[in-house]
Design a protein around this ligand. Sequence first.
Ligand SMILES: *Cc1c(COP(=O)(O)O)cnc(C)c1O
Length: 392
Amino acid sequence: MKNIYLDYNATTPLRDEVRDAIIKDLAVYGNASSMHAAGREARARVEEARGAVGALLGVPAKTIIFTSGGSESNNTVFQTMRSLASDEHGAPRPRGRRGFITTAVEHPCVLNSAKYLESLGYEVCFLPVDEYGKISMDEFKKALNGETLLVSVMMANNEIGTVQDIREIARLAKAAGAFMHTDAVQAVGKIPVDIPDLGVDYLTMSAHKIYGPKGIGALYIKEKAPLFPLIHGGHQEEGMRAGTYNNMGILGFGRAAELAKSGLADYRTNMGALRARLRDGLLSRIPHVKINGHPSDMLPNTLNVSFPGAEGEAILLSMDLEGIEASTGSACASGSLEPSHVLLAIGAGPELAHGSIRFSMGLGSAEADMDYVIEKLPPIIERLRKMSTLRA
Ligand SMILES: *Cc1c(COP(=O)(O)O)cnc(C)c1O
């Protein structure tokens, strides 16, 4: 049977070159903190990888720390800010900079970090978004004030692919004296991410979204920006993140970063063409289809489509029987019967939010795969819509 993986925003397979690099260096067992030759050999690989990750983002290696992934990087930033917003007893400060601004469409690891702080009494503003998934600059300016400590806005949305204007958001945040963080996990490797141009203080990325291994990620920290460790222990990562270096993960991440950098232009062209082909095919073959996201400021690989009258989980199961693997939203949200918080935030309403599918293409996707989906999906939608009218 066919196997067409269209869920690259959930995770990507290891690239062959990354797998080969990991296998080749599997025997490098030294503790990268040890001073002897075995340690130095491991350390050299770690630092080379750090350079490659920095180069992908346009920043020096020393501004990058390795973490266990995007979730940890995001949590580290929020917990650092929590310390800054606390009094000497660890409670929210009664005055001074202590406010948080984020958005209603963040990945759960930011959203729930922010909700946790809110539950502890910190002030958090969750900016709404418009029908395309963009935050309103007017709302943002209204929320921003001299007490704002952190602005955290994702660069690209994992569910609908909308890209925010991080450079302008960072400019306003910095002008107000706040720290600026962006979760760029979905943006890195898909669109240009040049930190000096963006002007952020913190940026999160993850290896397994760019064809690297799972369980490894990075956090960019601008020089002199504060950072407190989430994990206390040894002196690794300049004391900012304890724990023996994950040699294998780190070197695989480095190789994936190099390849993401050299392949970016081709990636954008190829993904853009696949996305347009799938979108146009679905629009011409299926009535009453709504494409979610922004008309132009979009990830090139992400196509989120609503099929009113058909239920998302049922569409997924039917597609799976045809060998098509997609998602109803974020992998983290599937399994819960709650409609996607992102689709609700763009005003989709429960019916559309329950009847939406995210197709996310990647390096293994081909035109023929798009054509296969365009052939298989229309009868599925027709059948499910008929069933739901019968039930109603
Ligand atoms: C996948 C993802 C994360 C989480 O990264 P992990 O490395 O899986 O912890 C965070 N933010 C966004 C936008 C993501 O897509």
